[in-house]
Each structure stands twice: as C-alpha cells, then as structure tokens.
Write a protein that binds this ligand. Structure first.
Ligand code: G16
Length: 542
C-alpha cells in the first residue's frame, strides 16, 4: 500500500558541482533524504516500467538511504531497481549499469573524495538514462521541486537484504541485488589488452594501487590481482570502510602520501595509482615521477590508440576550463577538436553523446572516455598499464618524450579550504572588479593579455552557463584561474589554478614550484588572498 507522508521543504537542497552534498547529520533529519529523492522522482523523465539503478561508495549512511530510496521508488511507479551488493557501486560502474540495462536513471550515493562517518559527509546524485550526471536543467528542476514539496510517497515494507544476490519484491517493484564488479570488469576487458598486460605482469611489470578503503577495493582486486595476475597485496587498503579508515579518500599527494613515498623510494614499482571514495578519480605516479592530472589526460590521449578500445582513433578531446591546455596540443597534432567546458563532468555528457569527444579529463584528477558517462579512476589506471605494456617504456620516459614533442604545461592548484563565505566572495569580487582593467598591465615580468569570467555555450544543446571561473591570461600563454569549489559541505574553498607553458625547446626539467613562482606572486597581487582571508599558504597543493 502506498503511504503519503506530508512534509515541508528544506532550504538549500541545491545540487552543486556533482549532486547534493551535506553532512550526514543533515541528511539524517527526518524527511531530508526522502524529500530530495521524491523531488528527483517528481522531475525525472521515466517512462512507465522504468528501471532505476541504486548504488554508492559504501560510506556511512549509505545503507539507510538505499532502503529509503527503494521504498520511495516502489511507491513512484518504478518497475525494477538494480542495486549493487552491499549497496556498493562505484560511480563509473553505476554509469555502466544504467547504460547496459537501459535504466531510466540512477541514484549514486556518495560525497566522492570527502571524508565519511557520522560527523562527515554524504551525498546523493541523480544520473540520467545516458549514464551521466543530470545536466543543469534537470538539477535546477529538482532544486525547484524541493522548494515546493509537500509530500513523499513510500511503500511500507521491510528492508531488502542487500548482502545476498538475487531478486525480491517491494510491493509491485522488483529489486535485484547485483554483483557490483562483474559487468564493469568485463567492460574493461573489452577496452584493454588484458592478455598483453598479463604477459608483462608475468614478465615483471609491477604496480601499487591504493584503494584508500573506498569503493574501488573490490574492483581493483578483481581486475588487477584477479584478471591481470598482479600479486596479492598489490591493492592496498582494499576493504571499503564506512569511514574510509578515518582517512580522506582523495587521491592526491597529501592524502595518498604513503603511496607517493613508496613511488619515490628505493625499489618503487613501475606504476603507483590510487582512486577516490566513489572510484571516479585517479592519481598516477611513475617511479620517481608524479604525473599531473592535466598531463595524464594529454599523455593518455596521445597514446590511447595502443589500447584495443581506442585503436580506431579519437573523435575529440574535452577538458574543463581550469585543466591545463596540454591536451589541446595533442588534439591539434591528431587533427581532432579540443573542447573547453566548465568544471563538472556533467558538461561532457552532450559532447560524448554527440560523438564529438572520445576522451575527457579534468585537473581534479578525473579522466574518462565514451565507454561510460562518468570519469573513471580504474579506467585511467588500466589505460596507463596498457600503454606501459605496449611500449615497454617507463612512465618517466613516456612523460619526457611527450614534453619533448608537445612542450610542457607546468601546473599547480592551490586550495584554500574552509574559508568563511564573505571573505571568499570578497576575493572573487576583487578579481572580478579588475578584469576589465587588467589587459595590458605588467606584474613583474608578466604582462596580462586578456582577462574574463568564463561562460560556456554547449555546442550540442545550446544551453548557456555563466560565471564558471575567472581567468587571467599572460602573454606567452601562462594563466591564472580562480573559482570557488562547488563540492564542499562547509564554508567555501577557493581554488587557484596556475599554469605556465614551456615550448618543446624550452626548459622541460624544471621544478614546478620554481617554474610557477612568478605566477604565484602575481596571483597574490591580483587576488589578495592572504590580505583578505588571512591565509598565508594554501591548505592543499596538487
Ligand atoms: C566533481 C565533479 C568534477 C569536478 C570536481 C571538483 O568531482 O564531477 O567534474 O571537477 O567535482 O569540483 P569543485 O572544484 O567544484 O570542487 P567529484 O569527484 O567530487 O564527484
């Protein structure tokens, strides 16, 4: 029997860069998650008899919201729910399952790289039938609905056993608990040359993968240790934990420091890699060399033809605006289009659907392709492995050869986290106020060539997104970008992106900090972060 629960709207149920992310205690309030899920179902396009996919990164509160969502789905006319065993589905695996089984959409329960636990973060994201994050028109409609909602519907039924594979029913709804890994691992086996990689592993190719006690543990164990034959123990921290073992499942040099130390030390393996809370980000480190996400995108695109899934070539390469322009040079050499979108994987969806891009990437450690509609951490690791196996070269050799051909985009991102909203806004206002007057001015040896607030018109559907970051470009192509993060749950995070291009005959072996020093002081001059916020150094540099 369908039960109607009356409710009232909550303020602030506005999805950010990637879904609605809040503290667990906010989500745990009566009606909070229920309102949001009902708003999604009220707005989502879903023909009668639709299938819904549900899964998450296994963080604290995952199971509670899954049971709520199943009961609400049952009362809202869905015919079938596919849910990952244990409530687990990595974000790229969920995208694949939506596409493979023709679902009308999916709920992905994750706050990505944010920490988990009773006092930490939770999130709900809705993905549409193409397997990708709902575009802005849909998230705006969901938000509008949350502001007027007065009821949510559910079926009274006991909890589903999430830990046993198989079917059960909730009212008219069929719920199928599926193996979260199998479909995804099979897809990877089609895209990459597993036989070749296995042969090289048997011949001594080594790696270390840090799953950060997050969702990729079971996927990495099955694929790397199971199907590719890497020895047991190659996957570290492989058990998904509700609080990620108390760590921050963000694969960067701060939070994956132990892996970094391994890769910089004696006897380092050939490849070091990590993924985040929900398995869509990646960190790539070669023996003695960290590869920035922007460089990784460019190097993967340049070498993708070595993997069977991309042997036919690429249709185009897309990157978010703050991502370095390294990938653009590869696109130019390949004679294919280079697209520049706002931050947020949702902006790649139309390009991928329209066949305008094959590989996409972001400075925030996300890379992926048209095999799904999400960024995909393990996919990036497997493409690197395929390239190492096919060329017999080291990560360092591949990087150095790439720079000698295309030049090098030195790059860093400085994050100032947990700033009060007012000073964060003051920093942005100050830069925005200067944009018109900056072109032509000199700061030290740097001369500003242009400055603007990035806006984007989607080349496929014509939708317009304004205010997507402030850009200051210098003569010679160096660049500063400033924007506020859209994924935090408390206060504001200022992101400062710094990029300097050295041509192929320039200085390719410089130290990144030294190479960017003049740009960092120009940023200080233009944005005044230290003066306005009192922060003299960033919290995280990636
Ligand atoms: C999400 C988005 C990415 C974006 C990243 C950082 O990733 O999907 O497209 O680059 O957030 O966004 P921001 O700079 O606004 O914090 P994830 O891995 O958190 O889902």
């Amino acid at each position: 029997m369908i039960v109607t629960h009356s409710t009232t709207p909550f303020e602030g149920q506005k999805p950010g860069t990637s879904g609605l992310r809040k503290k667990v205690r906010v989500f745990a309030q009566p009606n909070y998650a229920e309102n949001f899920v009902q708003a999604v179902f009220d707005v989502a396009e879903r023909p009668d008899g639709s299938t819904l996919v549900i899964g998450g990164d296994g963080r604290y509160h995952n199971r509670t919201v899954i049971q709520q969502a199943i009961r609400i789905a049952a009362a809202n006319g869905y015919a079938r729910v596919l849910v990952g065993k244990g409530g687990i589905l990595s974000t790229p695996a969920a995208s694949h399952v939506i596409r493979k089984y023709g679902a009308s959409g999916g709920l992905i329960l994750s706050a990505s790289h944010n920490p988990g636990g009773p006092d930490e973060d939770f999130g709900i994201k809705y993905n549409i039938a193409n397997g990708g994050p709902a575009p802005e028109a849909v998230t705006e409609a969901i938000y509008a609905r949350t502001q007027t909602i007065d009821r949510w519907l559910s079926i009274e039924a006991p909890d589903i056993d999430l830990d046993s594979l198989g079917e059960s029913r909730v009212g008219e709804l069929t719920v199928e608990v599926i193996d979260p890994v199998a479909d995804y691992a099979d897809l990877m086996g089609i895209l990459f040359d597993f036989d070749l990689i296995r042969e090289k592993v048997a011949g001594g190719l080594t790696m270390a993968f840090d799953a950060m006690h997050a969702v990729t543990g079971p996927y990495a164990r099955e694929i790397l240790e199971g199907r590719l034959g890497f020895p047991a123990g190659t996957v570290r921290n492989g058990e998904p934990l509700e609080d990620f073992g108390g760590y921050h499942p963000d694969p960067n040099l701060v939070h994956a420091k132990a892996l970094y130390d391994t890769m910089m030390g004696e006897g380092a393996p050939d490849l070091g890699a990590a993924s985040d809370g929900d398995g869509d980000r990646n960190l790539i480190i070669g023996r003695g060399i960290f590869v920035t996400p922007s460089d990784s995108l460019a190097m993967l695109a340049a070498n993708a033809h070595l993997a069977p899934g991309y042997a036919g070539g690429l249709k185009g390469i897309a990157r978010s605006m703050p991502t370095s322009a390294a990938a653009d040079r590869v696109a130019e050499a390949l004679g294919i289009p280079a697209w520049e979108t706002p931050t947020g994987w949702k902006f790649f969806g139309t390009l991928l659907d329209a066949g305008k891009a094959t590989i996409c990437g972001e400075e925030s450690a996300g890379t992926g392709s048209d095999h799904v509609r999400e960024k995909d951490g393990l996919w990036a690791v497997l493409l690197w492995l395929n390239i190492l196996a096919a060329t017999g070269k080291s990560v360092r050799q591949i990087a150095q050869e790439h720079w000698s051909r295309f030049g090098r985009n030195y790059y860093a991102r400085h994050d100032y986290e947990g700033i009060e909203t007012a000073p964060a806004k003051a920093v942005m206002d100050r830069v925005e106020g200067k944009l018109d007057n900056l072109p032509g001015t000199a700061i030290g040896d740097l001369v500003v060539s242009n400055a603007d607030s990035f806006g984007y018109t989607d080349p496929v559907d014509g939708s317009v997104s304004r205010n997507q970051g402030l850009r200051v470009v210098f003569e010679g192509g160096s660049r500063l970008v400033l924007r506020l993060s859209g994924t935090g749950t408390e206060g504001a995070t200022i992101r400062l992106y710094i990029e300097r291009y050295e041509p192929a005959d320039g200085r390719l072996d410089g130290d990144t900090t030294a190479m960017l020093a003049d740009l960092v002081s120009a940023a200080d001059d233009i944005a005044g972060i230290a003066a306005i916020t009192g922060r003299t150094a960033p919290d995280v540099i990636t």
